[in-house]
Every structure is written in structure tokens, then in C-alpha cells.
Design a binder for this molecule. Structure first.
Ligand SMILES: NC(=O)C1=CN([C@@H]2O[C@H](COP(=O)(O)OP(=O)(O)OC[C@H]3O[C@@H](n4cnc5c(N)ncnc54)[C@H](OP(=O)(O)O)[C@@H]3O)[C@@H](O)[C@H]2O)C=CC1
Ligand SMILES: O=C(O)CCC(=O)C(=O)O
Length: 447
């Protein structure tokens, strides 16, 4: 690591103690962006990266609600408004017991670069609460969402900050939050994305992150004259992103053999086809059960409690669960087993050591800020439709999504190709994302 990178990281670490995930995300960007700044006079001595790691503002608030047995519950809510140089703050809301400032700051920082890559005018933000929706009744989830939005509504708006879903926040939660915002503000606006189709949601938004990740992986494979056809695919997670990554990978001719949740993974050697995926969607989205329930209907599959799927031999790996879910040892296992392509559906699922393993082995490796950007890009399309008061067809939204993923791939190739022709997609995504935000910041003066 060069002296300038080390000095920068040291100062960020000092200002943001006890924030390992935030520091990890910053370090990954700094490693590629600082050398780029040093080669480009225009970006020098303007403290651009120093400004980008400092949130515009952070809102932390108490969320009080009553559970089904009449007990008062207290959670902590957050919204990180990271950077608005290129558009209103945009990024999801996460409800998970692990939520803290470090995790949300890493996500908001990543989001700023990701949103820049989408080609759409969206700044970076992220929010959430340490609320665990697991095991809660619909009424409890609704009361929590209403209490959360009662405070959040003071800080967001369709031209200011437009939240959406993330872990633990899907269509149900977005609906409850939208209802509360409308009740409090008496206005029907595109203040959230991921809404239901009957009240301003966009077709293909639920599918967009998973589909987009597979479109991006496919673009990487195409650079090698390859495709998903006949490939064995390992997927982690079984939530929104994983489900639609499995659907699209299967449609493109891949055989997906694993899915997981925080308790373990299932392995189905025959492949998780469309019918089996419908069952997983029922387990996860309606019954709110566990991935192990898959064996109730498909007993030939195997369940591995407490394990992650990276030990399974595959050609393509799609980590779609959560941050730091694929470590160095697991990366070595994937490489040894002949994996050729890893495309992140989740945000920062691969540890830095594991990323280096993939890059050293010259795998096709896509960082989430590029490969999972289809979700927020389609949220941007939802915002456009809301502003126009129009709804586009599935075909139209999907075509735009494909076009955006191709454009992001092209930007990564532009900024990430080295002299040997290897594309470092991490470097490409970081620099391409940085350039647009930095140019806008320079044009807007010292703010
Ligand atoms: N939804 C979107 O549009 C976008 C999401 N992402 C990212 O994709 C990832 C998945 O999000 P999404 O599918 O929406 O979320 P969901 O809540 O729908 O699903 C999350 C999945 O990840 C698993 N998971 C969560 N925490 C852990 C953990 N600590 N260890 C192992 N597994 C875990 C969950 O298992 P369990 O049920 O056991 O908790 C579940 O299977 C996240 O990193 C998110 O930030 C990125 C871009 C857009
Ligand atoms: O659609 C959005 O605004 C949220 C997407 C998101 O949270 C993400 O890209 O990580």
C-alpha cells in the first residue's frame, strides 16, 4: 500500500472508530481511486475523497412501538444521507438486528458510487433499524414501520431522499411505510421505490437486482466468448436478490444447485428449476420459513446446517446474502474447484482477502457496486415513471435495465482494463463511479 493511501486510511480510521465495515468499504475504494487521483491533475488538492467519506448528514432516532402482547418496544432508526452531488439521496432501508452505524455507512458509501454508475441522477443514502422482522406478526411489522416512518418522514421527500428496500424490507414493509408517509404528509408522491404496482411501483423492480446481477455476469462471460449455458451455478441467500438471480440464471441455461439462509444451505444436484423456485418463494415470501423447509417437498436435496455453499463445485458463484459472507479460504476453494466467474448480488459479500484471491487467479470478478446496481437503477426508473405519472411495460423496463447493465459493464472495462487485457472490475467500478460524482462536486464549488 502506498504512503498516501496508508495516510488517508489512517485518518479515516481515526475519525470513525469502531466502524470496521465502513473502513473496509473505504479502503477498497481508496486503493484504486487514490492512484487515479494522483495521475489526474484535475482531481488533485480538492480533498474529493476526503469529502466523499464524510456524510452530508446522519440522522439517528428512537423508534417506539407496541408489540402484540401490549409491551412497549424500543429500536434505533438511522438514515445516512451520504452524498447528493448528482441527485437526491437514494438507497435502501435495512431491518436486521445487526444494523449499526458502521454497516449503514459502508452501504451508503458504496451506494454513492453504485448510483453514479447507473447513469441515472441519484445521490447515495442508506438507512434502517436494528429491528428483527423474523417471528413478528404482520401487525407488529406494520406498527414498527409506521413508527419508523413517523420520524423518517421529516427528512425525506421525492426530490430530497427516496428510500427503498434492502435486507428485511420488501414489498410489505415499503407498503406500510408509504401508507404512513401519505397519512402524515397528505401527499401521494414517489417518496419510496419498490412500491406495489397498484400504487406507483414499477414492473420488474422486484426482479431487477437479481436479474441485473446475472446480466452483468453474462456480460463478463461474453468477454471470454462464454455464457451461462450448461454452467453449474452456486447461489447464496434465498431472499429477493437470490430468488431472481436463480430465476434468470436458470432462464439463461445455467443449473443452480444451492441456495441458503443464515442457518445453512440446501444442495440440489438436479438443479433448482422454475417449479422448485416457486416453492422457495412460497417458503420465504409467504410462509416466512427457513430454506431447510425445501426438503419437505424435495427430500432428495441435502441440507447443510451452519455451513455456506462455497464448498460446492461450480463454474459460477453468485453471493446474494450479506456482507463478508465469502472469505479467503472459501475463495481458494472456489478457485481450486474450477470456478471461473464470481458476481456479487449482495453488497460487499466478499472479504478483501478473498477478492485478492480471485484477482490473483484472474477470475471474472464483479463487485456489487457494479453487478447489483440493477436494483437501484430500476428504482431510478420507478422515480421517472412516478414523475411522468406513467407506467412502462415489463418489456420496456427490462430492456432499459439490460441497457444500463451493459453500460455499467462498459464503464468498468474502460477504467479497469490493464496492459495484459485483464479487466479489474473493482478498479473500473470505483474509478467510473468516482469520476461522475467528483466532476459534479467540482462544478458545484466548495460544498
Ligand atoms: N433488494 C435489493 O434490491 C438490493 C439488495 N442488495 C443487497 O443484496 C443482499 C440481499 O438483500 P435482499 O435479498 O434484498 O434481502 P432479503 O432480506 O430479501 O434476503 C436476505 C437473505 O440473506 C440472508 N442473510 C441475511 N443476513 C445473513 C447473515 N448474517 N448470514 C447469512 N445469511 C444472511 C437471509 O437469510 P435469513 O432469512 O436467515 O436472515 C436471506 O436469505 C444484501 O447485501 C443487500 O444489501 C443490493 C442491491 C439491491
Ligand atoms: O432501490 C434502491 O433505492 C435501494 C437499492 C439498494 O439499497 C442497494 O442498491 O443496495
Amino acid at each position: 500500500m502506498s504512503q498516501s493511501i496508508a495516510t488517508f486510511i489512517e485518518s479515516v480510521a481515526k475519525k470513525n472508530p469502531n466502524e470496521p465495515e465502513f473502513l473496509q468499504a473505504v479502503m477498497e475504494v481508496a486503493e484504486t481511486v487514490i492512484p487515479f487521483i494522483e495521475e489526474n491533475k484535475k482531481y488533485q488538492n480538492k480533498m474529493l475523497l476526503e469529502r466523499m467519506v464524510e456524510s452530508d448528514r446522519i440522522i439517528i432516532f428512537r423508534v417506539v412501538w407496541i408489540d402484540d402482547i401490549g409491551k412497549t418496544q424500543v429500536n434505533r432508526g438511522y438514515r445516512i444521507q451520504m452524498n447528493s452531488a448528482i441527485g437526491p439521496y437514494k438507497g435502501g432501508i435495512r431491518f436486521h438486528p445487526s444494523v449499526n452505524l458502521s454497516i449503514l455507512k459502508f452501504l451508503a458509501f458504496e451506494q454513492t458510487f453504485k448510483n453514479s454508475l447507473t447513469t441515472l441522477p441519484m445521490g447515495g443514502g442508506k438507512g434502517g433499524a436494528d429491528f428483527d422482522p423474523k417471528g413478528k406478526s404482520d401487525n407488529e411489522v406494520m406498527r414498527f414501520c409506521q413508527a419508523f416512518m413517523t420520524e423518517l418522514s421529516k427528512h425525506i421527500g421525492s426530490n430530497t431522499d427516496v428510500p427503498a428496500g434492502d435486507i428485511g424490507v420488501g414489498g410489505r414493509e415499503v407498503g406500510y411505510m408509504f401508507g404512513q408517509y401519505k397519512r402524515l404528509r397528505n401527499e401521494f408522491t414517489g417518496v419510496l421505490t419498490g412500491k406495489g404496482i397498484s400504487f406507483g411501483g414499477s414492473l420488474v423492480r422486484p426482479e431487477a437486482t437479481g436479474y441485473g446481477n446475472v446480466y452483468f455476469a453474462n456480460s463478463m462471460l461474453v468477454t471470454k466468448g462464454d455464457s451461462f449455458s450448461g454452467k453449474t451455478v452456486v447461489v447464496s441467500g434465498s431472499g429477493n436478490v437470490a430468488q431472481y438471480a436463480v430465476e434468470k440464471a436458470t432462464q439463461l441455461g445455467g443449473k443452480v444447485v444451492t441456495m441458503s439462509d443464515s442457518a445453512g444451505y440446501i444442495y440440489d444436484a438436479d438443479g433448482i428449476d422454475a417449479t422448485k423456485l416457486t416453492y422457495i418463494m412460497e417458503i420465504k415470501n409467504e410462509l416466512r420459513g427457513r430454506i431447510s423447509d425445501y426438503l419437505n417437498k424435495y427430500p432428495n436435496a441435502k441440507y447443510f446446517a451452519g455451513k455456506r455453499p462455497w464448498e460446492v463445485k461450480c463454474d459460477i458463484a453468485l453471493p446474494c446474502a450479506t456482507q463478508n459472507e465469502l472469505n479467503q479460504e472459501e475463495a481458494k476453494m472456489l478457485v481450486a474447484n474450477g470456478c471461473i466467474c464470481v458476481s456479487e448480488g449482495a453488497n460487499m459479500p466478499t472479504t478483501p482477502e478473498a477478492v485478492h484471491v480471485f484477482q490473483k487467479a484472474k477470475l471474472l470478478f464483479a463487485p456489487g457496486k457494479a453487478s447489483n446496481a440493477g436494483g437501484v437503477a430500476t428504482s431510478g426508473l420507478e422515480m421517472s415513471q412516478n414523475s411522468l405519472r406513467l407506467s412502462w411495460s415489463s418489456e420496456e423496463v427490462d430492456e432499459r435495465l439490460k441497457g444500463i447493465m451493459l453500460a455499467i459493464h462498459a464503464s468498468c472495462v474502460k477504467y479497469g482494463t490493464d496492459q495484459s487485457g485483464y479487466v479489474d472490475y473493482v478498479k473500473g467500478a470505483n474509478i467510473a463511479g468516482f469520476v461522475k460524482v467528483a466532476d459534479a462536486m467540482l462544478a458545484q464549488g466548495v460544498v
